[in-house]
Design a protein around this ligand. Structure first.
Ligand code: FES
Length: 106
């Protein structure tokens, strides 16, 4: 079993899926072009865990990055992606000072 964790939750990958296919099935937003490991468009940050490559990628990846189009979690991986339309990760935390600021304005 391979499990993918994201900013919006987690899901099991089907036995015949790449991580990219699983992310798409679950409604996540991931860039891609070749879907074969040579363009680098799907480059994604691996936040935790490990992946195994189904086919050895030709595209360059920096340390801490993966290519979801040709890998699977081994057995778990946390990646820096969001469901399309989700803003959980980027929502600023509202502090008391900001709330007080807006109370004064209105
Ligand atoms: S889509 Fe081209 S390397 Fe992943």
């Amino acid at each position: 079993m391979s499990r993918v964790f994201t900013w919006d939750g987690s899901f099991e990958l089907l036995s015949d899926e790449t991580m990219l296919e699983g992310l798409e099935r679950q409604g996540y937003e991931v860039e891609y072009q070749c879907r074969s490991g040579y363009c680098g468009s799907c480059r994604t940050t691996l936040l935790d865990g490990e992946v195994e490559y189904i086919t050895e990628p030709l595209a360059y990846v920096n340390p801490g990055e993966i290519l979801p189009c040709c890998c699977r979690p081994a057995p778990e991986a946390r990646v820096d992606v969001e469901v399309i339309g989700s803003y959980k990760k980027r929502q600023p935390e509202v502090t008391e000072d900001i709330e007080q600021y807006f109370e004064k304005l209105f």
